[in-house]
Design a protein around this ligand. Sequence first.
Ligand code: FES
Length: 133
Amino acid sequence: MNEIIRNHFLHPRNMGALENPTITARGGDPGCGDYVELELEMDGEEILAVAARVHGCPYAIATTSAFTELIRGRMLSDALEVDDHAVEAVLGGLPEAKRHCSVMGPEALRRAASEFILMHVVTPCGVGDDAQD
Ligand code: FES
């Protein structure tokens, strides 16, 4: 484990829960059964705050910590460009056997984005304001 990864593991950023999350979503790795729960507080399409709860190995904690730093403050569409390769790059590389640990954060964000889109397009009657434009 390199020093950057060790630092994120020992001092993970943006962990826990938000007071008023706009969206909560989970991303998991069916291979090992671990998962990440991601909470986002949105202002329009901007990610104002993010918090994560990691149920996984030290690399899952470190990669999720780095992921939250990469997406906080970004527009949702930009944040969706942050994939596991971007996470690995900021951490200075991952051991081959631990690459899969970095996919859970991005997967949770993709699910959160789907939820966000549904929240803004679908109303209880099935047709939202956006669909009427
Ligand atoms: Fe399952 Fe790392 S997340 S081994």
